[in-house]
Write a protein that binds this ligand. Structure first.
Ligand code: GDP
Ligand code: MG
Length: 605
């Protein structure tokens, strides 16, 4: 394929606006997959994606299409739309020259439409605006075109109208991609020595890392020896090809093409997204890396049982190869043993990661209370020796310095964008105020919809802000945010005690003005989640040893066999077995059992 017959593009949109469905239709229309009523979100391969109906991993498919006597190679990259996964989106965009900006003609522009538009715009990509779901009775394409004009200065005449579900307007989308999105010629040189950009990778049990690349310069052939700029290591290309969307081997990939290669790469660290590969012995300038993924939610992960430690480590290793935005550090805890501190882009990201650990790798994990990163300026020689710097970043409340040596504390802030029908504005404003938000900007998007921006502390939104926003707006408001750095803030560590024993894994960092409220909430939550014991349990929340809230859990006689009168032995055995299984899901603190759900649920309101 000559460079001018290649189009590398992505579909970006707010979640549920129809990206995956449009991808299905494009694959069908170009003959990559058979027309079949069962083709639903074909590129969503992961079990979590099918269960939750969201796209987590960006997936690539190469298709060919005849147009005006020429055969075109179209490389389509499907992307996730959820705010937590915008990192996947920006990675995919690095390999593209243009995007289809898909907007639901019924729902109109939403928060992630805005975020995705600016991502594409600042990357100088061509933008092909497309309205989807025009088959819906309530679709109002003219109003949505107005929104696109108001917000992004998009000419209404350039907007395509389709129904991905019904297959209306698909051909025009494909021909517009060919005509309006540029070929990669400008950034590619077929005659220069090889330079390839690694923009995604995943792990295959047999082949090792499968690397998705854009060949920027030169040609990559089977049997070539390539070197990673990042690690300096060299590999022999075992297999290479394109995704149709199945892997299909071909002998070579030319400049401008998107494809995969395997080279027996066995470790996660050797296939880092953003890396550049060149021919062994012919070094090159590394390609511009991407925006680094910045983990924003940290949590400890521990095996249910220490004997499962090696298996869990292997599972985490394999999964992070699929998802390089997760950061990993070793951590240990008196109660939970050896584990890891993992950093995620957001809470959904963390949930999805856990679900994948369990579903794809059969791992059972305990996850501790999530925390955002904080910066703490400290003074004193000893403090410096202990933390190694004057302003360490604390990602685990256990490491919070002694209040006596703290000079100043800072927390991460975000700029949140909310789009909502105006009737919910009042409720949304009070929600944001309740979360320590400061209004930044408010304007009308059209006659009855509002776009409002709030500066918010990240720790107020990571856990359940989104759920609350949805519930106060009957599901209509949408939300996206961007990181705007750290700001000084009065923060304290809130400790939780059970019968006087401090449960380090349940400590959290809170704003000093909220310590009492949050403490009360956690105590109540714990008295509802902890199982009753044979003795009374006092649950206390304290800051610097001062108790701010307290609840009691009344004792109960928990003799499961008492229910079992008569002498049915097998029934007794069954009950005992069930109780033993229940115990496995518990962690012991002294003589108190804490179920693993307690760690993750505790911060939810
Ligand atoms: P994504 O999150 O952007 O990938 O969206 P999906 O492709 O998963 O689609 C979300 C939902 O919208 C699914 O239930 C689709 O069946 C539905 N959908 C997609 N396109 C259309 C369309 O053109 N018309 C209608 N009525 N529904 C659509
Ligand atoms: Mg999708």
């Amino acid at each position: 394929f000559p460079v001018d017959s290649i189009r590398n593009f992505s579909i970006i949109a707010h979640v549920d606006h129809g990206k995956s469905t449009l991808a299905d239709r494009i694959l069908e229309f170009t003959g990559a997959i058979k027309k079949d009523a069962d083709n639903k979100q074909v590129l969503d391969k992961l079990q979590v994606e099918r269960e939750r109906g969201i796209t987590v991993k960006a997936q690539t498919a190469s298709v060919t299409y005849e147009y005006k006597g020429q055969t075109y190679l179209l490389n389509l990259i499907d992307t996730p739309g959820h705010v937590d996964f915008s990192y996947e989106v920006s990675r995919s965009l690095a390999a593209c020259d243009g995007v289809i900006l898909l907007v639901d003609a019924n729902e109109g522009v939403q928060a992630q439409t805005v975020a995705n538009f600016y991502l594409a715009f600042t990357n100088e990509l061509s933008i092909l605006p497309v309205l989807n779901k025009i088959d819906l009775k309530n679709a109002d394409p003219e109003a949505v075109k107005d929104q696109l004009l108001t917000l992004f200065e998009i000419d209404p005449d350039e907007v395509l109208m389709i129904s991905a579900k019904k297959g209306i307007g698909i051909e025009k989308v494909i021909t517009s991609v060919i005509e309006r999105i540029p070929c990669p010629a400008e950034k590619c040189n077929p005659d220069a020595p090889l330079r390839a950009l690694l923009f995604d990778s995943w792990f295959d049990k047999y082949k090792g890392a499968v690397c998705l690349i854009l060949v920027v310069d030169g040609t990559l052939r089977k049997g070539d020896f390539v070197t990673s700029v990042h690690t300096g290591k060299s590999y022999e290309i075992r297999d290479l090809g394109i995704l149709t969307p199945q892997e299909r081997s071909i002998p070579q990939l030319f400049a401008g093409q998107v494809g995969y290669f395997t080279a027996n790469i066995r470790s996660a660290k050797e296939a880092q997204v953003g890396d550049t590969f060149h021919q062994k012995g012919i070094p090159c300038e590394p390609l511009e890396g991407f925006r680094e993924a910045k983990p924003m939610v940290f949590a400890g992960m521990y095996p249910m049982d220490q004997s499962e430690h090696p298996a869990l480590r292997a599972a985490i290793d394999r999964l992070t190869l699929n998802d390089s935005s997760v950061s990993i550090n070793i951590e240990s805890s008196a109660a939970l043993g050896q584990g890891w501190r993992l950093g995620f882009l957001g809470l959904l990201h963390m949930d999805v990661f856990n679900q994948r650990l369990e579903q794809e790798h059969g791992a059972q994990v305990v996850v501790t209370t999530p925390s955002v990163p904080y910066k703490v300026r400290i003074h004193g020689e000893k403090a410096l020796r202990e933390y190694g710097e004057e302003e360490p970043t604390i990602t685990n409340p256990i490491q919070w310095p002694d209040p006596q040596i703290i000079v100043e504390t800072s927390e991460p802030m975000v700029m949140g964008t909310i789009i909502t029908p105006d009737s919910y504005l009042g409720a949304i404003i009070s929600l944001c105020q309740d979360r320590r938000g400061i209004q930044h900007n408010l304007r009308n998007l059209d006659q009855n919809r509002i776009i409002v921006q709030y500066k918010l502390p990240l720790n107020e939104i990571v856990v359940d802000f989104y759920d609350h926003l949805k519930s106060v707006s009957s599901g209509y408001a949408t939300f996206d945010y961007e990181d705007i750095g750290f700001e000084p803030s009065s923060l304290v560590k809130l400790d939780i005690l059970l019968n006087g024993i401090m449960i380090e894994e349940l400590s959290t960092i809170v704003h000093s003005s909220r310590a009492r409220t949050v403490g009360k909430r956690i105590c109540e939550k714990l008295s509802n989640t902890l199982p009753k014991h044979l003795f009374q349990i006092a649950v206390q929340a304290a800051v610097r040893g001062k108790v701010l809230a307290r609840t009691n859990i009344k004792p109960v006689r928990k003799d499961v066999l008492a229910k079992c009168y008569g002498g049915d032995i097998s029934r007794k055995m069954k009950l005992l077995k069930r109780q033993a299984e229940g115990k496995k899901r518990m962690k012991m603190y002294g003589n108190i059992e804490v179920p693993r759900e307690a760690f993750i649920n505790i911060l939810k309101r």
